[in-house]
Design a protein around this ligand. Structure first.
Ligand SMILES: Nc1ncnc2c1ncn2[C@@H]1O[C@H](COP(=O)(O)OP(=O)(O)OP(=O)(O)O)[C@@H](O)[C@H]1O
Length: 949
């Protein structure tokens, strides 16, 4: 008996792992703000990020895959070698126990040395016996899956099969070949198998064990291979010919007719002679039609014969005979006699094999293509009839199978030539040709559908691990707080003689909605008018009264919670509602008062206006929208145009320029911060819009969805300028700033885009701190039906954004009102912090992108061109040079300076300034400010003037 491996008695018990402490909110904050955080905390955080990165790195997985594959190979060799060397090595392993691996003196026979012998011994002897080979399969599956980054086999399923397989196989082998009972020493079932088998034997006896193993084994096989059990059919029916082979679709019900005669297989020679194989699978008409129409799927036999291919495996190996029929017989004989003629019982016209060697070869060839065979020793019967006008047929007849002769065509009656009439056939209507479909080679439309994401096929969408959970997601409710608020509401209303029938509360993340049903006869407007009084008596900021709640017939009083919960972006994006959303541009904005997620489609909004006083959550809201889109869309489907006059808010997105950003050609930075460039970009977007409309018109599509569908189905020719159109989302932060500096020049293209761009996939998101009427003008408002208001400073501002008050009563920190689809909903905006956005951007930027940003059309300012191109030196004012010098000396492009110093009238000074601008000496007019002077010194000016002439 082999010695047992001594148990390690003094092994220290493993220390229980400390449970992972949820990170306190204060820690998260510290992590974000290094100034406040201690050095130690910061280090921890960096380490955890590195580990996470490592786990996400595909190279890590490839290395694990390689190791798994090597493991599979190692185990396989060790096991196979063990099968032959176990006797030699077993004693050495058992007797040397712990020292076996270390002692260099021990020599073993296993191909993989001591390690191989030890591993194989461990798995086979101590483990599962021969069934241990299944471990190789497991490592192979893991290795292949990780290395090829594909789910070639499901690891989980294999794990299940292997676990059960190990147990069942080892027990069965131990039961059938017990290593201790019959003198075998080879551990077929391993120790585990032996143990279970012994136990079963004692528990249910040998017969019971055998029955159990049989049942379990069969069940396992059924589970793994799911075989189909069928009783043998009574009468085999000829199988239908695959449509792909014949080109014919079976007539409805045809294949089911029980007693339909076995159809013939007809082979027709080009010359007109027929070879019939009976019974084949096409009926005569079909076969002839196929021949007449020269169906493209007819096969060409050797020797210039064309065949209607048919297949029927049931005749495989049936011997054939060759029969010849003479022309005369064929012409004279009536159909029934002809049938008789073809019967195998009349062998007087039998031909020997060598008489028709070519035909036999061709028939053999054709039959071989369909896995049928002519037995070389048996004669083949073929009836041969020469071509028309004396029609001929050669039939290969299978003995003992019903034979149907080919019906001969009636000879056409001869009509006197003079009586011949000219039949004028109407021309077939001409096929309409769609010139947009590329007709080259196989045909553009026949290719597989175009998939825009294939350009960056390896692109991986960001995962939710990049985001954090901020604070507690649970909405806590304090019953005392609820009760107090309820009593307060009832007593306040009581002061004004307002009785209520019922009161209920819905607890949201930031506010609780108390819904009251007033007693009969109470006027709703009275409650509405008492809004401020109720707020005062509840002593809470942010009370909003909704009287009545649309569609509910109740009155709502929203009261802020004492303890507010943060809605993490991670929760929003990990939700089924967002992940499974089929919206075109889904944006997860926040949670409603009833804690339901608010996910909307930017494509249907179709533009969004956001306003809110500073520090109330506007930037976080913008990030939440951008992050939602980044999580859902592929770079080929979406492009952002980002305008950020503040230069700091959106700059984190600059790293994803090659994936998701669009810019003007020749620009260095994709994120636009300069007003002049904003104007050019907006105009370029207008050109893009016009171009897209042209494309849609040509394609006969009404919107981008229809257009892209047509394009992906390859019904639009890329050579005619058609291309897959990504959505473009224009985001403008600090819109007020832009309007202040560029006014109409910005407003006009934005209004145009807002009015027209929805159908062609350009959507606008505009954010502003100052929602005054001169910034959010009527034109802008009319085209932005979806609006978000964070807390604003006055009721007037709230009206400017939402057309109603309420936003001034919000409590900040992402508390917001959204006006969408004609409804006003209070939401708690999802929170996503800057480091999270950075991580998402890095994750995207680390992947392969396009060679450059998506290029918008070039925009040339015609006015600039005019001004610059118009300068005519012959036309210039006599005082032009003096004025130029004056401006350069003073470095101030001001008309009044010219007016005052040169004592000129306003008009002449203005004209001079225009000429200076056209000559490129001063910049364009920028409102009330002085123009920019483009030359610093007089010498530079003189050089420039000499060039102007
Ligand atoms: N949805 C939210 N949930 C929780 N806290 C929030 C939320 N949104 C904003 N906050 C808090 O409010 C602070 C200010 O938010 P944010 O930077 O978005 O304001 P803002 O309106 O963009 O200000 P500004 O206009 O000055 O840029 C954030 O740092 C955060 O602490």
């Amino acid at each position: 008996m082999p010695a047992e491996i001594p148990e390690i008695a003094e092994a220290a018990p493993p220390k229980p792992k400390a449970p992972r402490k949820p990170r306190a909110k204060s820690e998260v904050k510290e992590g974000r703000e290094p100034k406040e955080g201690s050095g130690k905390f910061k280090k921890d955080r960096e380490e955890s990020i590195d580990l996470k990165k490592l786990a996400r790195d595909e190279r890590t997985w490839k290395i694990i895959g390689t190791v798994s594959l090597l493991m599979a190979i190692f185990l396989f060799i060790a096991f196979v070698s063990y099968f032959f060397t176990w006797k030699e090595d077993q004693d050495k392993v058992l007797n040397n126990a712990g020292a076996f691996l270390i002692d260099d003196e021990i020599r073993v026979a296993n191909l993989l040395g001591r390690l191989g012998a030890f591993t194989a011994h461990f798995f086979i002897y101590r483990g599962f016996g021969v069934a241990s080979v299944l471990f190789c399969t497991f490592f192979l599956v893991v290795g292949v899956n990780l290395l090829f980054e594909r789910k070639v086999f499901s690891i989980w399923r294999n794990l299940k099969y292997i676990t059960f397989g190990l147990v069942i196989a080892s027990v069965t082998l131990a039961f059938l070949l017990p290593s201790h009972a019959n003198g075998y020493e080879f551990p077929f079932g391993g120790r585990v198998g032996n143990m279970i088998s012994d136990w079963l034997g004692r528990f249910i006896g040998t017969a019971g064990t055998a029955a159990t193993l049989l049942v379990v084994g069969v069940s396992y096989l059924i589970w793994q291979f799911n075989p189909t059990f069928k009783l043998p059919e009574r009468k085999p029916k000829p199988e239908p010919v695959p449509q792909a082979l014949t080109g014919f679709e079976p007539e409805p019900g045809e294949e089911d007719t029980e007693d339909a005669p076995a159809p013939e297989m007809t082979l027709t020679e080009k010359s007109g002679a027929k070879l019939m194989i009976a019974p084949g699978l096409l009926d005569e008409k079909e076969a002839e039609a196929a021949v007449a129409e020269e169906k493209p799927n007819q096969l060409k036999g050797e020797g210039g014969m064309q065949f209607v291919p048919t297949v029927n495996d049931q005749y495989s190996g049936v011997p054939f005979e060759i029969i010849e029929r003479t022309d005369d017989e064929d012409a004279e004989e009536e159909l029934p006699e002809e049938e008789e003629e073809l019967q195998p019982e009349e062998p007087e016209i039998e031909l020997q094999d060598e008489d028709l060697p070519q035909e036999r070869e061709v028939v053999a060839d054709i039959l071989h293509q369909h896995d049928l065979e002519i037995t070389p020793t048996e004669p083949v019967r073929i009836a041969v009839v020469p071509p028309d006008p004396a029609p001929s047929a050669a039939a290969v007849i299978m003995p003992d199978l019903p034979v149907e002769p080919v019906a001969k065509a009636e000879p056409a009656p001869v009509i006197p030539q003079s009586a011949l009439e000219l039949e004028i056939k109407e021309a077939e209507p001409e096929e309409e040709i769609d010139h947009d479909v590329v007709q080259e080679g196989k045909g553009y439309a026949d290719l597989a559908p175009y998939d825009p994401i294939l350009d960056l096929r390896d692109y991986k969408h960001p995962h939710t691990d990049l985001l954090e959970v901020h604070g507690s997601e649970r909405v806590d409710h304090d019953p005392a707080e609820l009760e107090a608020n309820k009593n307060q509401i009832i007593s306040t209303l009581g002061h004004y003689d307002i009785k209520i029938q019922k009161i209920s509360a819905t607890i949201g993340p930031t506010v609780t909605l108390y819904e009251i049903v007033p007693a009969a006869g109470v006027r709703i407007s009275r409650i509405k008018n008492l809004e401020d009084d109720i707020a005062l008596s509840l002593a809470a900021l942010g009370i909003r009264i909704i009287a009545p709640i649309p569609g509910r017939g109740t009155i709502g009083i929203e009261v802020p919670n004492v303890k507010k919960s943060v809605v993490s972006m991670r929760t929003m994006l990990a939700s089924d509602e967002f992940r499974n959303s089929s919206l075109q541009l889904p944006i997860a904005i926040g949670k409603k008062i009833d804690n339901k997620l608010f996910v909307a489609d930017l494509a249907t909004m179709p533009h969004l206006l956001m306003a809110g006083a500073t520090g109330q959550g506007k930037s976080v809201g913008l990030n939440a929208i951008l992050v939602s889109l980044l999580y859902k869309k592929h770079p080929s489907q979406l492009k952002f145009v980002l305008v950020d006059p503040k230069k700091v808010e959106l700059s984190i997105y600059r790293h994803i320029e090659h994936h998701f950003l669009a810019k003007l050609p020749g620009e260095e930075e994709a994120i636009i911060t300069d007003t002049k460039k904003v104007i050019a970009t907006l105009n370029a977007l207008c050109i893009e819009m016009d171009n897209r409309y042209d494309l849609l018109k040509e394609a006969g599509a009404r919107n981008i969805k229809e257009y892209n569908e047509k394009f992906t189905k390859r019904r639009l020719n890329p050579q005619k300028g058609h291309q897959y159109l990504p959505f473009i989302v224009l985001v403008i932060d600090e819109f007020a700033d832009l309007i202040m500096t560029a006014g109409k020049e910005v407003e006009m293209p934005i209004a145009r885009l807002a009015q027209l761009a929805r159908a062609i996939g350009i959507h606008l998101i505009i954010a502003t701190q100052r929602p005054s009427v001169n910034i959010i003008t009527g034109t802008i408002k009319a085209n932005f039906p979806a609006r978000i208001a964070f807390k604003v400073s006055s009721k007037i501002d709230s009206r400017t954004i939402l057309d109603t008050g309420g936003a001034e009563q919000l409590i900040g920190k992402g508390d917001m009102l959204i006006s969408y689809n004609g409804e006003l909903v209070r939401l708690q905006c999802a929170f996503v912090d800057t480091p999270e956005v950075e991580r998402i951007n890095d994750f995207i930027a680390d992947q392969r992108g396009y060679p450059q940003a998506f290029l918008l059309p070039e925009y040339v300012d015609e006015k600039e061109l005019e001004k610059n191109g118009d300068f005519d030196s012959g036309d210039k004012d006599p005082l032009f040079e003096d004025a130029a010098r004056l401006i350069v000396q003073n470095q101030m492009g001001s008309t009044s300076l010219i007016q005052r110093r040169m004592k000129l009238g306003y008009n002449r000074a203005g004209r001079l300034m225009d000429q200076l601008e056209r000559a490129g000496i001063v910049g364009p007019n920028v409102g009330s400010k002085a123009r920019e002077v483009l030359f610093k010194t007089e010498t530079e000016l003189m050089e420039h003037m000499s060039m102007l002439g």
